[in-house]
Design a protein around this ligand. Structure first.
Ligand code: DGL
Length: 265
């Protein structure tokens, strides 16, 4: 076990997007130590099969647990939707889907729309979790795979982004949704473009703030877990492929410079 990292909250994502979620988490919990792992060598996960996503996620989680993380947050929707049900017995994991669904249902919507990766939509995890809490709510999903590379190329304010967002939202807007879940780590930065398309009456659920609140609440209500987490405000980044892009996008998503270490899973 790496003694330096012991006691940090682990945050796992397929690649860069989870850093956008981490930024909001750190805003809520600025003193807690975090270790982020992005499996950039094998991202995106969203186009892969459940078997592969589970295998990759299990390796990522194992790495973070070996670093002594008392809690691992799966900040990736694809990993949470495809792999988390298989980890259910392990108490030290927190996924991104359930907190997002809880936040989406807060205003008691009648029709919820979701955009996410192909794998997340195929798993129907959002749909199932919504139905568990609110059987009458109608759910409409649309995979939006092109939005991931658009964000990774820094094109979130471009005409391309506008066209892609319009295309992906059109079938959901036709259903008169009252809440839209941005069910992918990358989509939070597209919120301004998405807002332009959906108008002011649709509530947009962005996952970063949701996870910040959910994690804070989890720690407040679990003093034993909270006690095991070091509070020196340290952030460490690991990646399976240390590219310039990881450092560049990481800094953009986090809002400050990052350094990272390459590891093998
Ligand atoms: N992190 C993934 C998610 O939230 C998006 C990128 C990928 O497909 O790996 O679903």
């Amino acid at each position: 076990m790496n003694k330096n990292s012991q006691g940090a909250i682990g945050v796992f994502d397929s690649g860069f997007g989870g850093i956008d979620i981490l930024r909001d988490i750190v805003q809520e919990l600025p003193k807690h130590n975090f270790i982020y792992l992005g499996d950039t060598a094998r991202a995106p996960y969203g186009t892969r099969t459940q078997q592969t996503i589970y295998h990759f996620t299990e390796q990522g989680v194992k790495f973070l647990l070996e670093q002594g993380c008392p809690l691992v947050v799966l900040a990736c929707n694809t990993a949470s939707s495809q792999a988390l049900p298989l980890f259910e017995s392990r108490g030290s994991l927190m996924g991104i889907i359930k907190p997002t669904v809880k936040a989406a249902l807060y205003s008691k919507p009648e029709r919820v729309g979701i955009i996410a990766t192909e794998a997340t939509v195929r798993s129907n995890t959002f749909l199932k979790e919504i139905k568990k809490l609110s059987n009458k709510t109608e759910v409409f999903q649309n995979p939006a795979p092109l939005l991931v590379p658009i964000v990774e190329e820094g094109e979130e304010s471009s005409k391309i982004a506008e066209l892609a967002v319009e295309e992906y939202l059109a079938p959901l807007l036709k259903k008169n949704i009252d809440v839209l879940i941005l069910g992918c780590t990358h989509f939070g930065v597209l919120e301004p473009k998405i807002r332009e398309q959906v108008g002011k009456d649709v509530k947009i659920v962005r996952e970063g703030p949701v996870m910040g609140n959910a994690l804070k609440h989890l720690l407040e209500t679990n003093p034993k877990l909270e006690k095991n987490i070091k509070k020196k405000g340290k952030l460490r980044f690991y990646t399976t492929d240390l590219t310039d892009k990881f450092i560049r996008l990481g800094a953009r998503f986090l809002g400050k410079k990052i350094t990272a270490e390459k590891i093998e899973l």
